[in-house]
Ligand binder design. Structure first.
Ligand code: 5GP
Length: 118
């Protein structure tokens, strides 16, 4: 565990099958799971196995990993049949309502979305 003795994050516990979660895709670097409180017909979280707390903690060495999260978002969007489009979001910090301190890319689709987001 990259955080040594630190507590596992909620998403680490789901990835380690210590807590239930509907995982719809996984590979060596990330998992994709359905959000427990979906804000659209498709609402999937793409979570790196590395427990980076937020965008504020990113370093240049994480750049390929973050790119990979978007490639997975695109694959999941295709798998979910989101042919009319979709939105990807990183919430960062309190003003953006980040609630879980483990980086995750939201993939939302299946309905028309407003802009700007509320
Ligand atoms: P944030 O607000 O940090 O950007 O996103 C956290 C997301 O995790 C929220 O959309 C919330 O609904 C989701 N979430 C919180 N707890 C759980 C859980 O136990 N399981 C799953 N699948 N999603 C969760």
């Amino acid at each position: 565990n990259l955080r040594g003795m630190a507590e596992k994050t909620l998403f680490q516990k789901i990835m380690d099958r210590e807590l239930p979660g509907e995982i719809i895709y996984e590979d060596d670097r990330c998992v994709a799971l359905r959000d427990i409180n979906p804000q659209a017909p498709t609402h999937v979280l793409i979570v790196p196995r590395k427990p980076i707390p937020s965008l504020d903690d990113l370093t240049e060495e994480d750049a390929p990993l973050v790119g990979h999260l978007f490639v997975v978002a695109r694959k999941v969007a295709e798998q979910e049949g989101l042919d009319r489009g979709y939105r990807t979001v990183f919430n960062n910090g309190p003003d953006a309502n980040q609630t879980v301190d483990h980086l995750h890319l939201h993939l939302l689709g299946g309905r028309r979305m407003g802009w700007p987001p509320g």
